[in-house]
Design a protein around this ligand. Structure first.
Ligand code: HEC
Length: 124
């Protein structure tokens, strides 16, 4: 009987500790979905796989060839030609009109991806 009580006590202490551990560590693991993800993959970036997605979601409504606002952002060459003003505009650093116009600033990960893509020499 003593042993049974000892085992019950022991397991309840263990499970209690485990519960506390999870409680203490949970806020670190929880991710604020309104901010950029904790990890941002800026390796292996290509125009087709990564950059078009960002521009299509945030810029193309005004900057497609059809919509007409310069620079057109639906093909790679004008993006390369205007990369400095594109970076200044999305960084909203005062050196170009802040973009996306009338919307909130891009998340850090998207901005970092465009920077890294430029630094890698605009892989297709
Ligand atoms: C709602 C329409 C709209 C959206 C969305 C938009 N732009 Fe613009 N963009 C404009 C207009 C209009 C201009 C002309 C300058 C001005 O009015 O500020 C412009 C100008 C620019 C310029 C030239 C800035 C300069 O100072 O010479 C760049 C670069 C640019 N946009 C990049 C982007 C990028 C990158 C995105 C997406 C992240 C984006 N824009 C999203 C409307 C838009």
């Amino acid at each position: 009987m003593k042993y049974v009580i000892a085992i019950i006590l022991f397991t309840s202490i263990i499970s209690c500790k485990k519960g506390n551990f999870e409680e203490i560590h949970q806020p670190e693991v929880k991710q604020d979905t309104t901010k950029a993800p904790l990890t941002c993959d800026t390796v292996n970036l290509t125009y087709t796989a990564n950059i078009t997605k960002i521009l299509n979601n945030n810029c193309i409504s005004c900057h497609s060839s059809a919509a007409g606002t310069y620079p057109p952002l639906d093909s790679i060459q004008p993006i390369k030609d205007n990369i400095e003003s594109i970076l200044n505009s999305i960084l909203q650093n005062g050196l170009a009109s802040p973009m996306p116009k009338g919307a909130s600033k891009l998340d850090d990960c998207s901005i970092n991806k465009i920077k890294a893509w430029k630094n890698k020499g605009f892989p297709q």
